[in-house]
Design a protein around this ligand. Structure first.
Ligand SMILES: [Cu+2]
Length: 518
C-alpha cells in the first residue's frame, strides 16, 4: 500500500512538472526578455555626444521681422504657417514645418508701448494655433486652444505691447497637437524692445544672438516622433538643432556676446555651461532683464524657459556650449529615462583673434516693480502626467477665477512622482521659493512665466494677473512638457473685474454651476 502510494505520488509530481514546465519556461523567457529589454534600454538610453559633434555648420540666424507700420501706427506682421523640407543634417528631404519658410520662423520685434497685429495664415493643411508665450495680452488674442486657426484661414490678433524688454517666443497651442506642431518646427522668437535699455550687446545676429535649442531624433532622413520606451516625459532626441542648424558654430567678433537661449524642446531639460568652464553673466530670464547681472557658470532650463547670458571669451579661444546632466531630482530610474544622465554638445563659439570692443555691462540693468502683498493664496497640485488637481483639461470648464490686476500667491505642488514644469499665461511671476532650491538659484532669477518642478517640490509663485478682464475667454496654466500638456495636464483661468468675481460660472459659454473662484 505504502509503496503504491509512493509511486502514485511520484507519478503525480511528474505530471505536475510536465504540466507546469511549459508555462514556467514561458514565464522565465518572458522575464528574461523584459529584463533584457530593460537592461538594454537602461544601458543605451543615456545620450553622450560630448566631444563628438563636428561643429561644421555656421549657426543659422532666423531673419528678423519688424513688420510694417500702418496708418494708425499699428505694427503689422504677416506670418504663414507652412510645410516644407529642410536639410537638418540628414539630407535635403526632411519634412519640416515652419513659419514664412520651411523650418522655424522669423524673429519678431516690437517695442514696448506699440500696438501690434499679427496676421497668422494657416497653410499647414490642418488646424493649428499660434500662442505668444510670455506675452501679456487679452485672452482672446493669446492663441491658446480657444483660438484655433482652421486650414487656409487667417487669424489676426492685436494688442498693445505692455511689458519690459524680454525674449518671448511663439508656437502652436492647439489642444492635443502642441507637441507635434512644435516638434515639426513651428516656433520662433518674439523680442520685446524697450527705449532706454542698458548698454547690452544688441546687434542682432552679430553680438546679440538667438539660440533656440531643440533636441530631435531621426528615423532615416525624417523626424522620429514616437516616445522613447520607459519614458514618461515624451520625446527625447539624441541630436541637437540650434535655430534649426545641425552641428552649429558661431563666429564671435566682439568682446562681449549676448546669447538669448530658449529651450524650445518638447521635454528635455538642459543644464547649460561651457566645456572650458568659462563664466558668464546671466542678464535676463523669461520676463526680461534681471535687476543685476549674475555671474554664473551654468544655467538649467526646462522646456519653455529662456536665459539671456553675456559671455566675454578670450580672443582666439573656442568654447562649446554644452548640457551636462540636469538636476532633475527624481529617482535614478526616472532620471535615466528623462534625460537626467545625458551630456550633450550644443554650440561651438569660435572667437576671433581681434575683437571689436563691447561696452561694459552695467551693475544695474533695470528695476523690477514690487508686486505687492498677495490678495490670497491658491493651491494647485500636479497630480499626474495628464492631470492638474486630479482633472484632465476640459475646454468647457473654468478651473480658476482671478481678479484683474490682483497679485496672488500660487503654491504649486508636484505630487505626481515625476518631473514637470508649470507655465502660466499672461503673466511674469516672481518665484518666492521652490522646495530644496537655494533662493539665489539662477533658474529662479528675475520674472518668470515657467518654473521647473521636481517630484515632491512646491513652488511658491507671486503672480501678478493681467488687466484684460474677460469672463468668457480663459487663459491656460499647464505643464510645458508638451506630451503632458497634450495629455490634459492643463487648466483654465479667467480674469474678471472685482465686481464680477461671484458671477462667473464654472463653464465657458453656458450658465450653470456658480463658481466661487476658490
Ligand atoms: Cu509635466
Amino acid at each position: 500500500m505504502c509503496r503504491r502510494r509512493g509511486i502514485t505520488r511520484i507519478v503525480t509530481v511528474r505530471v505536475l512538472v510536465r504540466l507546469l514546465a511549459v508555462p514556467l519556461v514561458l514565464f522565465a523567457a518572458f522575464v528574461a526578455v523584459i529584463g533584457g529589454l530593460a537592461v538594454h534600454a537602461w544601458t543605451t538610453r543615456a545620450v553622450d555626444t560630448t566631444g563628438r559633434v563636428a561643429f561644421d555648420t555656421p549657426l543659422r540666424i532666423p531673419p528678423v521681422e519688424t513688420g510694417t507700420v500702418d496708418a494708425d501706427g499699428t505694427r503689422v506682421f504677416d506670418l504663414t504657417m507652412q510645410r516644407g523640407t529642410s536639410d537638418l543634417g540628414h539630407g535635403p528631404g526632411t519634412r519640416t514645418w515652419g513659419v514664412n519658410g520651411d523650418h522655424l520662423g522669423p524673429t519678431l520685434r516690437a517695442e514696448r508701448g506699440e500696438k501690434v497685429r499679427v496676421n497668422v495664415t494657416n497653410a499647414l493643411g490642418e488646424t493649428s494655433s499660434m500662442h505668444w508665450h510670455g506675452m501679456r495680452l487679452p485672452a482672446a488674442m493669446d492663441g491658446g486652444p480657444h483660438q484655433p486657426i482652421e486650414p487656409d484661414t487667417t487669424w489676426s490678433p492685436y494688442w498693445t505691447v505692455d511689458q519690459p524688454a524680454a525674449t518671448l517666443w511663439y508656437h502652436p497651442h492647439l489642444h492635443g497637437s502642441t507637441a507635434a506642431h512644435v516638434y515639426r518646427g513651428v516656433a520662433g522668437m518674439f523680442l520685446v524692445d524697450e527705449p532706454g535699455a542698458p548698454p547690452l550687446p544688441h546687434d542682432y545676429g552679430v553680438d546679440d544672438v538667438p539660440v533656440i535649442v531643440q533636441d530631435k531624433r531621426f528615423d532615416g532622413d525624417q523626424f522620429a516622433e514616437d516616445d522613447a520606451m520607459f519614458s514618461d516625459v515624451g520625446l527625447l532626441g539624441d541630436e541637437i538643432l540650434v535655430n534649426g542648424t545641425p552641428r552649429p558654430f558661431l563666429e564671435v567678433g566682439t568682446e562681449a556676446v549676448r546669447l538669448r537661449v530658449l529651450n524650445a524642446s518638447n521635454a528635455r531639460v538642459y543644464d547649460f555651461s561651457f566645456d572650458t568652464g568659462m563664466p558668464f553673466l546671466l542678464v535676463g530670464s523669461d520676463g526680461g532683464l534681471l535687476e543685476q547681472p549674475r555671474p554664473i557658470r551654468s544655467i538649467q532650463l526646462s522646456p519653455g524657459e529662456r536665459a539671456e547670458i553675456v559671455v566675454r571669451p578670450e580672443p582666439g579661444s573656442r568654447h562649446v556650449l554644452r548640457s551636462t546632466p540636469p538636476d532633475l531630482r527624481s529617482d535614478f530610474w526616472q532620471d535615466r529615462f528623462s534625460g537626467g544622465d545625458d551630456r550633450i554638445d550644443v554650440l561651438e563659439l569660435r572667437v576671433a583673434a581681434d575683437l571689436a570692443p563691447s561696452p561694459a555691462i552695467p551693475e544695474q540693468l533695470t528695476t523690477l516693480p514690487e508686486l505687492g502683498d498677495p490678495t490670497g493664496t491658491r493651491e494647485v497640485e500636479l497630480t499626474s502626467s495628464s492631470t492638474i488637481d486630479g482633472r484632465e483639461m476640459d475646454m468647457s470648464r473654468i478651473d480658476q477665477v482671478v481678479v484683474a490686476g490682483s497679485t496672488e500667491l500660487w503654491e504649486v505642488r508636484n505630487a505626481s512622482g515625476t518631473i514637470h514644469n508649470f507655465h502660466i499665461h499672461d503673466t511674469q511671476f516672481e518665484i518666492v521659493d521652490v522646495t530644496g532650491m537655494h533662493p539665489d538659484h539662477p533658474s529662479l532669477a528675475g520674472r518668470k512665466d515657467t518654473v521647473f518642478l521636481p517630484p515632491g517640490a512646491t513652488a511658491r509663485l507671486l503672480v501678478p494677473f493681467g488687466r484684460h478682464p474677460d469672463p468668457q475667454m480663459p487663459y491656460m496654466y499647464h505643464c510645458h512638457l508638451l506630451k503632458h500638456e497634450d495629455n490634459g495636464m492643463m487648466g483654465q483661468f479667467v480674469v474678471v473685474g472685482a465686481e464680477h468675481i461671484d458671477e462667473v460660472t464654472g463653464t465657458v459659454g453656458t450658465d450653470h454651476h456658480a463658481h466661487s473662484g476658490g
